[in-house]
Design a protein around this ligand. Structure first.
Ligand SMILES: Nc1ncnc2c1ncn2[C@@H]1O[C@H](COP(=O)(O)OP(=O)(O)O)[C@@H](O)[C@H]1O
Ligand SMILES: [Mg+2]
Length: 145
């Protein structure tokens, strides 16, 4: 029985397409849905022995939380009749997705095959790859064009 579906959203078209599939499935199965958007901490990368460090990724700010909320609202608006829960969390996306799924009694995780980094040579993105390999909860990876 699938009663609770967790969807990973990162703002990419692929994740929004995955959410669409998850919501259709939830409608058919009368399952509960939670949309989870994880904001990553900025990564600090050394760029040479003398030259110091560069920081990549978005700095944590209210703006990022608002951007995440905006993506969540967009997805919610597509199914006004469904009760959709959502959360914005901070941390390493694959870890947070798997943890949340285990802690909230989720029966199915849904993620897109690709996210925001569109290197064509990879079949799966790193987040979907890690979730598939480490999750104790079943995972559905949605491949979209
Ligand atoms: N920060 C995140 N929060 C929630 N879900 C995410 C996040 N990043 C990726 N995902 C999920 O994983 C899927 C694949 O993304 P990812 O593995 O990051 O691919 P890419 O390497 O192309 O960015 C996304 O479509 C989304 O469902
Ligand atoms: Mg990504």
């Amino acid at each position: 029985m699938v009663r609770h579906i967790l969807v990973g959203l990162d703002g990419s078209a692929s994740s929004v397409a995955a959410a669409g599939k998850a919501l259709s499935l939830a409608e058919q199965l009368k399952a509960q849905v939670t949309l989870l958007f994880v904001l990553q901490p900025p990564q600090v990368i050394p760029i040479g022995p003398l030259s110091g460090y560069v920081t990549t990724g978005l700095p944590q700010s209210q703006e990022n939380v608002e951007r995440a909320e905006a993506v969540i609202s967009q997805v919610k608006m597509t199914r006004p009749n469904l009760e959709i829960h959502s959360r914005v969390e901070f941390g390493v996306p694959a870890e947070i997705i798997c943890q949340q799924a285990e802690n909230s009694g989720v029966d199915l995780i849904v993620v897109g095959a690709r996210g925001l980094n569109t290197a064509q040579r990879f079949l799966l993105g790193s987040v979907s790859d890690r979730v598939v390999h480490t999750s104790t909860v079943p995972v559905m990876v949605v491949r979209s064009s």
